[in-house]
Design a binder for this molecule. Structure first.
Ligand SMILES: [Zn+2]
Length: 168
């Protein structure tokens, strides 16, 4: 995991040294004593349904991982926003649609993302405005029938939608 290869303290810039600390070897600052804990990122994804409730909004990813595959609109949470704000912002940036969060659906652990592991918070959303257009890091955006999803889907989004359908 390249993101764990920090060499300098983010607080004072001194060298970090691998140190046994609370059950793991962690980089510890030789200057100020800061201990570097690596945590998963937090991300938010929207399972956005159309007015009939039968179609889901998917984006075709223009970046890795799963470049070229279809996925739920999603992205990392900014440091100063709540998860629900993050999902509304990401859906708007990637699809042009303004959405409202209906409820929390799921939390998915994505441990194999080469950028960094993440907890992805998935919200059920409905459209309240905007104009459909692909932007940001997606090349295409489209509505798909929940029972006729595209073959090439990224992450475990197909399983996630299947679980959603099984529960409803
Ligand atoms: Zn330091």
């Amino acid at each position: 995991m390249p993101h764990t290869r920090a060499t300098h303290c983010p607080l004072c810039g001194s060298n970090l040294k691998p140190t046994d600390w609370e059950g793991r070897t962690r980089p510890k600052c030789q200057g100020c004593g800061f201990v570097y804990f690596f945590n998963p990122a937090s991300a938010a994804a929207g399972l956005v349904l159309d007015a009939t409730g039968g179609k889901v909004l998917l984006v075709r990813r223009r970046i890795q991982p799963f470049r070229g595959a279809w996925a739920l609109p999603a992205g990392y949470q900014e440091i100063d926003e709540e998860p629900q704000e993050a999902v509304r912002r990401e859906v708007s940036e990637e699809t042009g649609l303004e959405v409202e969060v209906q409820r929390l659906l799921d939390v998915a652990w994505v441990g194999d993302d080469p950028r960094k592991p993440a907890n992805v918070i998935i919200y059920l959303c409905t459209v309240v405005g905007g104009q459909l257009r692909a932007a940001s890091d997606v090349s295409e955006v489209a509505w798909f029938s929940l029972t006729d999803l595209p073959e090439d889907m990224g992450f475990d989004n197909r399983d996630l939608i299947t679980r959603f359908l099984d529960r409803e």
